[in-house]
Design a protein around this ligand. Structure first.
Ligand code: F6P
Length: 546
């Protein structure tokens, strides 16, 4: 399989050599149907990759690559509950979390759907009871503030989705998300909250994560100080796969919401990890969010590769990363409520595909995951787009946009869309030095000024972007967008031959941090530390002693 894949990679490289000089402008000039040919839709959601350098031949080769790497076989293995996370000997079934009633999905011969549906119903009932005021705190007050304590996959998803779907949140309910072990985070969050009206969800797949456990202890102490020990049961709930650790932490397992080891942390938003934002938006909207993701699951399973949006997204990314050699990928939502979307995708993509060995443990022979980053437009335009337009590196980008906003503030939505479209056009077209000179000439500049300024006003162009356009950012569409990126990451992981579902790379830092905690506290010697770490520990200790 690797040999077949590498043979297609070699043909793609030759193809790139032969076509590298052709600009995006030229591709559009040569083919008036380029937009129709290089775009795909799922209902209202459109993926337009015509502003990349792909030609019909490139796409054919990339689809051959997907076939040679057995993307379809691996996809079917994932959906059917095979243990494709080989280093942890686990199935990968976040797709079961959004599967509808009546589905049957087996892990080790057991149908997991009854468990999934029971936990989904339990979370929905809890969310509705909090929203209606049926469920109250120790003093009989209704809850107004929901604090989710978690980190990574137990934080980024609900925190991102709470912002994205804020128009659907119930008035009078506010979500707060605490992740960092920096005490500033929990302190700033709890400051000003009324404990009698605060519900605290401790979300951790393992229930051993240092940051979450420390913040949970701090929140518990804050609550107990104000309301007494007996209030804990009414103000806390746990979300975990680890009932033993929940009990050991002193939390009531009756108030525990469960998920399973076949749900990766960064894929857990669809499980009870989504409880905090389900409380905010309600069970009906949460179900629409799950249904949206399930639509994309069906699309991914059933649509031919050339029209399959997550497959296309993955292939375009492989083209940019492996064949063009570009190391980073920007996500630029022209949709302010997707403010944390790039941060969410960073974990999804970089924790999944930031790997250097194959599934078999051999060194990879291709580049793997790119650096993923981004900020909403138009803000980014006034910050980092300078580099995207005129810097020495090419940074491919996704530009996301909604046709219909939730608010109409004058004609600002038209302005927003115009900016999104203009950026895609500017990246694609660029501006030649001759064109820059012409603009300056029309502005009445002298020939000397034109000669001096035109190099600075030249844009190389031919910088690829893909657009993702949808009707509106509602629960269904957020579910669809996340699922698209999940499957894109999957497709790329399969092509690179890596396990996208483990995350051993986070372990070393955790181990070293636990060794350093007593050293930083001054309870253990600095012996054996490298010179720099020792020097820093001593410098910090001296400052703290002042
Ligand atoms: O350190 C990385 C990680 O394990 C992520 O994969 C995970 O999402 C996060 O930490 C939080 O883990 P947990 O939910 O077990 O607290």
């Amino acid at each position: 399989m690797t040999a077949a894949r590498d043979a297609v990679f070699a043909r793609l490289a030759e193809h790139r050599n032969a076509t590298e000089g052709v600009s995006l402008r030229e591709l559009f000039a040569a083919d008036p149907k380029r937009f129709e040919t290089f775009s795909a839709a799922q209902d209202d959601l459109l993926y337009d990759f015509s502003k990349t350098h792909l030609t019909a031949e490139t796409l054919n080769l990339l689809v051959e690559l997907a076939k040679a790497a057995d993307v379809e076989g691996q996809r079917d293995a994932m959906f059917s509950g095979e243990k494709i996370n080989t280093t942890e000997n686990r199935a990968v079934l976040h797709t079961a979390l959004r599967a509808p009633e009546g589905s049957r999905i087996l892990v080790d011969g057991e149908d997991v759907m009854p468990l999934v549906l029971a936990e989904r119903a339990k979370a929905a009932a809890f969310a509705e009871a909090v929203r209606s005021g049926e469920l109250r705190g120790a003093t009989g007050e209704t809850f107004t503030d929901i604090v989710n304590i978690g980190i990574g996959g137990s934080d980024l998803g609900p925190a991102m989705a709470a912002i994205a779907l804020s128009p659907y949140a119930q008035d009078g309910l506010t979500g707060h998300f605490v992740s960092n072990v920096d005490g500033a985070h929990i302190s700033d969050t709890l400051k000003g909250l009324d404990p009698a009206r605060t519900l605290i969800l401790v979300a951790s797949k393992t229930f051993t994560t240092l940051e979450t456990m420390s913040n949970a202890k701090a929140a518990r102490a804050w609550l107990v100080e104000k309301l007494g020990e007996d209030a804990v049961a009414k103000h806390f709930a746990a979300i975990s796969t680890n009932a033993e650790a929940v009990a050991a932490f002193g939390m009531d397992t009756e108030r525990m919401f469960q998920f399973w080891d076949w749900v990766g942390g960064r894929y857990s938003l669809w499980s009870v990890i989504g409880l905090s934002f389900e409380i905010l938006i309600g069970a009906k909207n949460f179900q629409a969010f799950l249904d949206g993701a399930h639509e994309i699951d069906a699309h991914f399973r059933l649509t031919p590769l050339k029209e399959n949006i997550p497959v296309l997204m993955g292939l375009v990314g492989v083209w940019h990363r492996n064949i063009c050699g570009w190391p980073s990928h920007a996500v630029l939502p022209y949709d302010q409520r997707l403010a944390r979307f790039a941060a969410y995708l960073q974990q999804l993509d970089m924790e999944s595909n930031g790997k250097s060995v194959t599934r078999e443990g051999a060194p990879v022979t291709t580049k793997t995951g790119p650096v993923v980053w981004g900020e909403p437009g138009t803000n980014g335009q006034h910050a980092f787009y300078q580099l995207l337009h005129q810097g020495t590196d090419v940074v491919p980008a996704d530009i996301l946009m909604a046709a219909v906003p939730h608010e109409s503030v004058g004609d600002q939505h038209a302005m927003l869309l115009a900016n999104a479209l203009a950026q895609g056009e500017a990246f694609m077209r660029g501006r030649t030095t001759a064109e820059a000179a012409e603009v300056l000439r029309k502005a009445g500049k002298s020939e000397a000024e034109i000669a001096a300024l035109s190099p600075h006003k030249t844009f190389p162009g031919s910088r690829p972007t893909a657009a993702i356009a949808y009707r509106t950012l509602d629960p269904r569409t957020l579910g669809r967008l996340i699922a698209l990126y999940e499957h894109k990451v999957f497709v790329q992981g399969v092509i690179w031959g890596i396990n996208s579902f483990d995350q051993w790379g986070v372990e070393l830092g955790k181990e070293l941090a636990s060794r350093l905690i007593p050293v930083v506290k001054g309870e253990a010697p600095t012996d054996g530390l490298d010179g720099s770490t020792k020097g820093l520990v001593e410098h910090l200790a001296a400052l703290r002693a002042d």
